[in-house]
Design a protein around this ligand. Sequence first.
Ligand code: TA6
Length: 317
Amino acid sequence: MIYTVTLNTAIDKIIQIDGKLTRKKNNKINSYSYDIGGKATHVSVVLSKLNIPNVATGFVGAENKDKLISLLRDKDVTYDFIEQEGCFTRESIILIDQSSDGSYMITDTGFMISEESKKKLKKKLKDNVTKDDIVVFAGSPPEGMKVDEYISIVKVVIDKGAKLIVDASGKYLQKALELKPYLIKPNEFEFQELVGKSIEHLDEYKEEILKLLQTGIEYVFVTLGKKGSLVGHGKKIYLVTPPEVTEVNDTGCGDVFVGGIVAGIVNLMEDHTMLRLATALSASKAAHKDSSGFSLEQANQLKSKVQIEELRIQEVL
Ligand code: TA6
């Protein structure tokens, strides 16, 4: 079974405004809609659409849970969240204007998770996860959750012998490395923070990716936005370039990408096939207005346009 764990769930309000967002101007709303916010929930959206059994879990605020649950049901996601009474799941604002410069994302912190809720999630993972499972942790930790508390939850997965996928940043990602996750997926800024230096050249990325692979991490992804991604696996590093699409909303592209990767792992795809699928799904997401939408048909047409270059690494070793 695949479990996706969103410790800090969100409901996205996607607002489209006329013209270009301008300060000191009354920016008129053209339309708005709601979608599932991040992040591991988006992985569940992808897996569900690919008919891969999975369960979305984590924490939700009981006071507005119906809104999130209805969005999850609309996307055929099976869920089993820990509901915290008296709390509201946060709303993220995604602003899209008519420039082609990308979206604006404004996220709230979310509610503090109670000790009781943390215990419930750990028990749920302990009681259900097996060594044959994959568990994806993605998204910002909840307000006030200390690194050690985060790690104590994530560690349950390692103790059960399951594959752990971590999409986190900062000290949370840094500490998670000690657990030797199966896969990590920082973006370029999170990766540079992780390795403690700014990186200008591809060779530097290669060197740092290799170092992380040598610690026992199976896959190291570094997402580069529109430029695609760098992918380290074993002794190979690939530069993956996505196809051109007309961008409508870049929100959720990274999360959909992870969904495609998990689908590839579950289906024992070889790396090129997996990378083509994940990149094409992510490109299709960019062409859709909401936070988690994509077209399988469009992705299948885009797969052949994904460019994958295996980078020479002997000069780095
Ligand atoms: O990656 C997109 C997204 O999941 C949005 O849907 C929005 O909810 C935001 O990121 C949440 O990110 P965070 O890191 O705050 O969990």
